[in-house]
Design a binder for this molecule. Structure first.
Ligand SMILES: [Zn+2]
Length: 438
């Protein structure tokens, strides 16, 4: 493998004559022969791939109200003078679009004034900033500053509604019984038996008596020390905030107008999953979606993966799938074909995912990796297990954008308003940060 580009020297290029020796090698020729590269390839569709015809799902009504959710982040490091300061800005956004206003907009050449008026009426934004290294905030070290900012940021979004959504999930407030918070690691004494009283957002640790926040339950403090936080905290905060913003929409409609909830589709950029210690949100989300379904309410949620291993795999197999068809991979297919690991370990996504994967080939141009919730975990989900599957698939053709391959218009719009890099460039954010320090 060539060396990568360094600070002073260009990347090394592979020699163009290197392959001559390779073709002369008897040993390599024998391996290539034994690989059977010239034999007929087997039909991929026979390999544990139940293909679903999306057009045959039956006639169903479209979902008229659509919410797009996305976020962006920017990490900034001040170079040149020690100690190097490092901090980050994060923005998340949710956009509500009703079908009638979407139909009026030209999806190939949208009129910027029409878009602006659409967004003014229906977009919610949230900004926050985090210190990551060598910055003091309100006299606190990085460890306590980040804990405090996570709590305050959730509390100040939508007049405390986003923090309420976190409590609604962790205390399972949709259920009739009062659920005790699961034990978590105290950020001060590190006892694994920290907890709060029912419905509390702040309180004393039962072991050491020091103040803990409901947001400590998520475990951000496990990804940092007193003075330095890992950059991964920023991406995780963004995903958690996007998820909570989306579920705030779901919760408010659940409490106030269930018939509107039935007619809403929440579309989030990225997979429907939360990693590592933060995945303690996954079980409550699944339990709520199952509970809603048992009450006759399908909560329509869709995630789209634009990059990553699933996207790469779909690009590889999509020539074997006809247009208008979808394929829902099982846990064992994912482990075997995509992760390339042995099936003796844990089932794929059991603790971290609240959506099943769907490979959907709309046509040769639009191929999408979708995530749709199933409620309780299943290792081999079928289309009937996916919540709102028929209506989501029926609605998709009307919201596909022709500007980018496989793009869904509400995600494209949410991406536009959530993007930090599109207008306040890194330079502007740097200036903004230096203003704040004066
Ligand atoms: Zn404690």
């Amino acid at each position: 493998m060539p060396y990568e580009k360094g600070q002073r020297l260009p990347a090394e290029h592979a020699s163009k004559i290197g392959h001559i020796d390779l073709t002369k090698s008897e040993f390599v020729r024998k391996i290539v022969e034994d690989l059977g590269l010239n034999e007929e390839s087997e039909d991929y569709s026979q390999r544990d791939m139940p293909i679903i015809s999306v057009s045959n799902l039956g006639s169903t009504s479209l979902i008229p109200m659509i919410y797009g959710i996305d976020g962006s982040m920017q990490i900034i490091e001040e170079k040149g003078k020690w100690p190097f300061k490092r901090y980050a800005f994060i923005k998340t956004a949710m956009l509500r679009i009703d079908f009638r206003s979407l139909e009026k907009i030209d999806k190939n050449y949208p009129n910027p004034f029409e878009l602006e008026s659409l967004m003014k009426k229906s977009a919610i934004y949230h900004y926050t900033a985090f210190p990551l290294r060598n910055i003091s905030y309100e006299g606190l070290n990085i460890y306590d500053a980040i804990r405090s900012i996570v709590f305050k940021s959730l509390k100040q979004t939508l007049e405390e509604e986003v923090l309420e959504t976190l409590k609604w999930l962790l205390y399972e407030k949709w259920a009739a019984t009062k659920k005790q918070l699961e034990f978590f690691e105290c950020p001060h004494c590190h006892s694994p038996r920290a907890t709060l009283e029912y419905d509390a957002e702040v309180g004393p640790c039962p072991i050491c008596g020091r103040e803990i926040f409901i947001t400590d339950c998520l475990g951000f403090h496990q990804d940092m020390n007193q003075d330095i936080a890992r950059d991964s905290i920023i991406g995780t905060y963004m995903i958690i905030h996007e998820t909570l913003l989306m579920l705030t929409g779901v919760r408010l409609l659940w409490d106030r107008n269930k018939s509107v909830l039935k007619d809403s589709l929440f579309i989030k950029d990225g997979p429907l999953s939360i990693r590592a210690q933060y995945s303690k949100l996954v079980q409550p989300i699944r339990r709520f979606l199952s509970h809603a379904r048992s009450c006759g309410i399908e909560v329509n949620i869709l995630g789209q993966e634009k990059t990553g291993a699933f996207r790469d795999h779909f690009d590889m197999i999509s020539p074997c799938i006809d247009a208008g068809y979808a394929f829902i991979p099982s846990s064992s297919y994912i482990i075997r074909e995509i992760q390339g690991r042995s099936e003796t370990g844990a089932p794929y996504g059991k603790d971290t995912n609240y959506g099943a994967k769907v490979f959907y080939k709309f046509n040769n141009y639009h191929k999408m990796v979708l995530n749709i919730p199933i409620g309780d975990y299943l290792s081999d989900p079928k289309e009937n297990d996916l919540i709102g599957f028929e209506r989501i698939m029926a609605t998709l053709p009307s919201i596909i954008s022709n500007r980018f391959e496989g793009a869904i218009y509400p995600i494209e719009l949410a991406n536009g308003i959530a993007s930090l890099s599109s207008y306040p460039s890194a330079k502007v954010l740097e200036l903004f940060a230096s203003e704040l320090r004066k």
